[in-house]
Design a protein around this ligand. Structure first.
Ligand SMILES: [Zn+2]
Length: 158
């Protein structure tokens, strides 16, 4: 995706204070390998996703919950299809915009929001349990479609 400045990103989250947003240092972000820009609040309870499509930039704040009680089993990220042998995904959820806080949606996604790096094998811990022979362009398109679909369901974009 195109490189973004901190102010561009802040504009997408007008309801978040700087402390809520906890924007990371962008100096070393390799935008060229990202399908979406995602980061976690250091407290771990929330994550942020910025996505660009033909309509422009969209931002989404998500609650993150990690299930530490269930026994380890394989989990697949709904967005990038990375398969973890045990733990590795977290449930990211959000309130559907315009539902007066009555409707929630959630997806099990890579717990560090690093799907883009995983489909390009730029993180190795842990490698996917079920490797695919799909070309990277297809993986990237599938990932972007999944993020977009989630944002549409959340009423973040039309
Ligand atoms: Zn993922």
């Amino acid at each position: 995706m195109q490189s973004l400045s901190k102010s561009q990103i802040r504009q997408l989250f007008p309801d978040c204070s700087a402390a809520d947003l906890a924007l990371p240092d962008l100096t070393h972000v390799d935008w060229g390998v990202l399908d979406y820009f995602g980061w976690l609040h250091s407290a771990g309870h929330s994550g942020f996703v910025v996505f660009a499509d033909s309509d422009g930039l969209k931002g989404m704040r998500l609650r993150r919950s990690i299930n530490t009680t269930s026994r380890p089993r394989t989990h697949m990220c709904s967005w990038c299809h990375h398969v973890y042998r045990s733990r590795g995904t977290a449930l990211f959820s959000t309130t559907v915009h315009g539902s007066d806080g009555r409707r929630f949606i959630g997806n099990h996604i890579c717990r560090n929001l690093d799907c883009s790096l995983r489909i390009r094998n730029l993180v190795s811990d842990p490698p996917t349990y079920l490797p695919e022979t799909l070309h990277i362009e297809h993986k990237s398109t599938r990932l972007r479609n999944a993020v977009k679909a989630f944002m549409v369901r959340a009423n973040v974009c039309a």
